[in-house]
Design a binder for this molecule. Structure first.
Ligand code: GTP
Ligand code: MG
Length: 171
């Protein structure tokens, strides 16, 4: 059968880490240097083929500013997939990502497939504040998928969505 499978996916992470940029890169293949902070949340969709199965992503790109935190459960509740984003040049964003991991493990559905993503991997190495190893270790500790991405260059963005979908389709 080739019925399309729908996957609700939520993007979470500190303001400015590049959640909207990742969504825009993935859905439209575009990048904007001066994107504006999201208000509330944005909704985007994309349909792709994953191992012969048609998959429609319903993507909720949430607002990272703290004043929107209380809205987040509306978006992650019942979602089978989440991407928790941090910025590899920002330790505070990595700390915030760890708090998101805790919140999802406590509050979200236990089957949720979560990917931890270190974004802005294109930035010069002297700007880097979180090593690949630190990110990967943290993901491994909680059994999460892990990748480093760049919404600017497109590095690993498509693969990240496909790997999430493949894991969900397989279960
Ligand atoms: P909120 O909506 O406030 O939660 O922020 P956000 O996580 O959606 O961040 P957004 O996508 O708006 O990106 C913030 C800034 O970082 C923008 O100026 C982007 O151009 C920039 N940016 C996003 N991704 C990357 C990346 O991979 N590399 C670089 N160099 N800059 C990026
Ligand atoms: Mg945004």
């Amino acid at each position: 059968g080739s019925k399309s499978k729908q996957i609700k996916l939520v993007l979470l992470g500190e303001s400015g880490v590049g959640k909207s940029s990742i969504a825009l890169r993935y859905v439209r293949g575009e990048f904007n240097e001066n994107g504006e902070a999201t208000i509330g949340a944005a909704f985007l969709t994309k349909t792709v083929n994953v191992r012969g199965q048609s998959v429609k992503f319903d993507i909720w790109d949430t607002a990272g500013q703290e004043r929107y935190h209380s809205l987040a459960p509306m978006y992650y509740r019942g979602a089978p997939a989440a991407i928790i984003v941090y910025d590899v040049t920002s330790t505070s964003s990595f700390t915030r990502a760890q708090a998101w991991i805790k919140e999802l493990l406590q509050q979200a559905n236990s089957q949720m497939v979560i990917c931890l993503a270190g974004n802005k991997a294109d930035m010069a190495s002297e700007k880097r504040a979180v090593s690949r190893e630190e990110g990967k270790d943290h993901a491994d500790e909680h059994g999460l998928l892990f990748t480093e991405t760049s919404a600017k260059t497109g590095l690993n963005v498509e693969d990240m969505f496909i790997n999430l979908a493949a894991k969900i389709v397989a279960t």
